[in-house]
Ligand binder design. Structure first.
Ligand code: ADP
Ligand code: MG
Length: 483
């Protein structure tokens, strides 16, 4: 770590590309699928052959609006597509169809967490629609670079933030929230390793307390949220080192090397592309109506922040519990179904966070593969509340058995496993009395006020009842018989 970094503040703005999970591509009906045999999803439209015309995919527009509404952005009603021109082997048309001066969404916010855990809003500058390029593969053949054009024309949205993040942790939190959001909205799988979510980080530093931003560098090629954080940490040190040694930072694009966590220069501002943007002549301007926007708004799923707030404020759960429950949409929806069956929110949260999630982890399963309906968990909670089974029996014995036999009812299983607690007062009284009779000297000492013997008696009574004595009722009966 640089000795100088304490003298500087960092400023970060992120550009995130999210690949949309539509069935077909952005401007053609070629399938949009990851992992197909190379160069199979490439009609003449994707290849930009002369005489072909692009046709906008309505799903792409709807997905972009969904995201904009979820962020509280302004949706643009009248816009046009733009051509971004550059030459590259994996760009068959020689240009991308994107948006330039009229992005589909402007403004909006993402709520993140600062280093100390307090909330902070990051403003979104714009969200626009784009299409992806193909993929050049440099590591498949010892001599040649191979090109797969299946990805060419796959729809993207680019989300650009204001330069408002002030640490690598804030950038980490922002990306975690974005990934969560696109997954909740079901517009992108959020998988950074497969490249469906990609991030370019713009990073600059300035003397502590200054308000005049420094010159920034843009770092590309990070395939995990953790690597974005590492790249930022490296840039802070690198830039501070240069400035302290009398140098200046020049605007440039840099590449992240995951192996050693460093960045290296790719191209300077002078070498930057001139994309010669102009309005796309092959596509009509795009109009979005208020009705269309309202229809999309009415179909928005519950969003993670709203659920988080509800769990903390209405259900009295801890922030930790609410965070774990809203981390993934599947878990949140399962919990939503569970609390439709029980109003014991704390118990419901505990069951999902402990038993259900650890079962999923152990078996490398997703929640949609989990065999138990929320109702089964609600039944367990009820049986515990009624004193029919103990919490320990429910979590350690009945839950695992239920997962193996999901068709059975919790009550039947508890009976089968002989785990119904004895709360029949008469029967309990008989057991307690016999334990007293068998241990006369301990009973005398307990009567004499030796409270620590309660543990001994509980143990004996549990043994006698084969673990089925309900502790609460047992305690009451001990006190009664001692009188
Ligand atoms: P470009 O068109 O060159 O990409 P933009 O204005 O679109 O430039 O900015 C790209 C990103 O850079 C945005 O996310 C923005 O917040 C961020 N940014 C701008 N200035 C700075 C700066 N001085 N330090 C860090 N990030 C910055
Ligand atoms: Mg940019």
């Amino acid at each position: 770590m640089s000795n100088y970094r304490d003298k500087y503040d960092v400023v970060i703005g992120l550009e995130v590309h999210a690949q949309l999970n539509t069935k077909s591509k952005a401007y053609s009906n070629d399938p949009n699928e990851f992992g197909a045999i190379p160069n199979t999803n490439i009609s003449p439209v994707t290849l930009g052959h002369p005489g072909t015309l692009p046709k906008p995919n309505t799903e792409v527009i709807n997905h972009a609006i969904r995201l904009g509404l979820a962020c509280g952005s302004e949706i643009t009603k009248e816009m046009h597509y733009a051509r971004k021109n550059y030459f590259y082997p994996d760009l068959p048309k020689g240009y991308q169809i994107t948006q330039d001066t009229t992005p589909i969404c402007t403004g909006g916010k993402i709520l993140i967490k600062k280093e100390d855990g307090t909330p902070k809003e990051i403003n979104i500058t714009r969200i626009h629609m784009e299409e992806d390029a193909g993929k050049s593969m440099h590591d498949q053949d010892p001599f040649d670079t191979l090109v797969d054009l299946n990805r060419a024309g796959v729809p993207l949205v680019e989300i650009v933030t204001e330069p408002e993040m002030r640490s690598s942790t804030e950038a980490y939190s922002y990306l975690t929230e974005i990934r969560k959001l696109v997954r909740y909205l079901d517009i992108c799988d959020g998988n950074m390793e497969e490249g469906s979510l990609r991030c370019d980080a713009n990073i600059s530093i300035m003397p502590k307390g200054s308000t005049k931003f420094g010159e920034r560098c843009e770092v590309k090629n990070m395939n995990s949220i953790r690597n974005v954080q590492r790249a930022i940490e490296h840039e802070i040190d690198r830039q501070a080192e240069i400035i302290e040694n009398g140098g200046t930072i020049h605007m440039e694009t840099r590449n992240f090397n995951a192996v050693d966590g460093t960045t290296t220069a790719l191209r300077s501002k002078e070498q930057a592309h001139d994309y010669r943007y102009f309005p796309e002549p092959d596509l009509q301007p795009l109009l979005v109506t208020q009705d269309q926007i309202e229809a999309i708004r009415s179909e928005l799923p519950p969003l993670p922040n709203d659920l988080f707030k509800k769990y903390c404020e209405e259900y009295g759960l801890t922030e930790y519990d609410a965070t774990v429950l809203t981390d993934s949409k599947g878990i949140a929806l399962y919990f939503e179904q569970l609390i439709a069956e029980t109003s014991n929110y704390k118990a419901a949260a505990n069951w999902v966070i402990n038993s259900v999630k650890s079962h999923l982890n152990k078996n490398a399963q997703e929640i949609n593969e989990f065999p138990l309906a929320p109702k089964a968990i609600a039944d367990l909670i009820k049986l515990i509340e009624e004193g029919k089974i103990s919490n320990a029996a429910a979590t350690q014995r009945i839950f695992p058995a239920l997962v193996q036999a999901p068709k059975k009812s919790a009550l039947d299983l508890a009976n089968e496993l002989n785990l119904i607690q004895e709360s029949d007062e008469g029967e309990l009284e008989r057991i307690v009395q016999s334990v007293f009779d068998n241990n006369p000297s301990e009973t005398e000492r307990l009567k004499g006020g030796e409270k620590k013997l309660i543990g001994f008696f509980m143990g004996q009574i549990m043994k006698e009842s084969k673990g089925k004595a309900d502790p609460k009722s047992t305690n009451k009966i001990i006190q009664k018989l001692l009188q």
